[in-house]
Design a protein around this ligand. Structure first.
Ligand SMILES: NC(=O)c1ccc[n+]([C@@H]2O[C@H](COP(=O)([O-])OP(=O)(O)OC[C@H]3O[C@@H](n4cnc5c(N)ncnc54)[C@H](O)[C@@H]3O)[C@@H](O)[C@H]2O)c1
Length: 351
């Protein structure tokens, strides 16, 4: 399969994708093309990109790397550079990077002069299977994740695992967490494939594609996260709070590591409230701990994590809403969970 179709754009793969990108750029006659990188993707990915799209002229814009720079200050720098370089409404931004470059570059594109085109070329596993797909853009505000943002779809996405060769092992695992999540929230063979003893590679394009197809199929029925798309938040209600707590306490857990703990906690809660099969809770716990190891949580951490839940984006009318599961691929939205059950879930994680 060479292409996956989404709402207003398509996702292409490998050299076929880069050829489509060249065709698209030539056809649209952009006034200026800006390739948005961070310092790491400038070092590791830009040369590969040059090779792939020979003869297309572009200017480079650089953001500082990492979640700590996914904020409005960095956006102001980008808007200012675009303005100083006379970017107009017929300019194009190509985000060559991970989820931070993509989320921020997409947000800057969607707001600069009321919106210019952008394209995602994800260079981390997480951005290939998740962040680049679905048209959500945004930045953090005062340590709170993704508080400011837009829904704005890219013109196209090109995926090539060649970029993953220079990615740190921890970052690969962080992306794998989203692949594993996709296998839990959908009804297909992926969960079995990943959790059985079969050796699989994190770079396997077929697994990457399967994961993208699951995310894309959900986004297609619910672009603005009103209902079905909330399934993508499995593990993320507690996972995001765990991630924020780790950032605030300066012992940062990568996104994927934080949400993988969320999978265990929220599948445990799903078992108690919705009868999600206990054997699958055990399989999820074993799989996560096998790949991600175990993190220590003090009782202060657990209290602080509970307080942070109040900022979850799915909350409404002052209530914290969880996405829980009746079974694999059978999510149920807007479930309220008592704090004693959350503590119990942490006890299960620690046991
Ligand atoms: N928009 C969405 O729907 C969505 C979904 C999930 C996650 N996200 C966001 O994505 C972000 C996380 O994305 P991420 O995990 O890609 O993090 P990231 O963009 O910070 O990249 C991780 C690190 O890897 C480096 N890097 C990137 N590509 C590289 C390469 N090929 N070789 C070497 N180093 C490389 C980066 O510079 C960075 O230091 C979070 O901000 C999260 O909120 C967004």
């Amino acid at each position: 399969m060479k292409v996956i179709k989404s709402n207003t754009y398509s996702i292409f793969f490998l050299d076929y994708g880069f050829n489509k990108l060249k065709e698209f750029i030539i056809k649209n006659n952009y006034s200026k093309i800006f390739v948005h990188v961070d310092n790491n993707t400038k070092t590791h990915c830009l040369n590969i990109f040059y090779e792939k799209i020979k003869n297309i002229e572009f200017e480079i814009i650089i953001s500082d790397e990492g979640e700590e720079n996914k904020n409005l200050d960095s956006c102001i720098k980008l808007w200012t550079i675009l303005s100083n370089k006379n970017a107009d409404r017929k300019s194009l931004i190509i985000n060559l990077g991970g989820g931070v470059v993509g989320d921020m570059g997409g947000f800057v594109a969607s707001t600069y002069k009321r919106g210019i085109d952008y394209i995602n070329i994800p260079t981390t596993l997480l951005s290939m299977v998740d962040a680049s797909i679905g048209g959500k853009t945004g930045v953090d505000l005062n340590f709170l994740k993704n508080q400011i943002g837009t829904f704005c779809e890219p013109q196209m996405i090109v995926i090539d695992p060649i970029f993953l060769q220079t990615l740190d092992k921890k970052e690969i695992l962080s992306g794998y967490a989203e692949i594993f999540k996709h296998s839990i929230i959908s009804k297909n063979e992926l969960f079995k494939k990943l959790t059985s003893n079969v050796n699989f590679s994190f770079f396997d394009l077929e697994i990457i594609k399967k994961s993208i197809i699951i995310k894309n199929s959900i986004v297609l029925i619910d672009k603005k996260e009103l209902d079905e798309r909330k399934a993508l938040n499995f593990g993320h209600t507690l996972g995001h709070a765990i991630e924020t707590n780790s950032l605030l306490k300066k012992k940062r857990l990568l996104h994927g590591f934080a949400i993988s703990i969320g999978f265990i906690l929220e599948s445990y809660i799903s078992n108690i409230l919705l009868n999600f099969p206990r054997d699958k809770v055990e399989i999820i716990k074993k799989h996560v701990i096998n790949y991600f190891g175990k993190t220590n949580f003090s009782s202060d951490d657990i209290n602080d994590i509970q307080k942070l839940l109040i900022h979850d984006k799915k909350n409404s009318h002052g209530k914290v809403n969880f996405l829980l599961l009746q079974d694999l691929g059978q999510p149920l939205n807007d479930m309220q969970v008592d704090s004693f059950l959350i503590k119990e879930a942490f006890d299960y994680y620690k046991s």
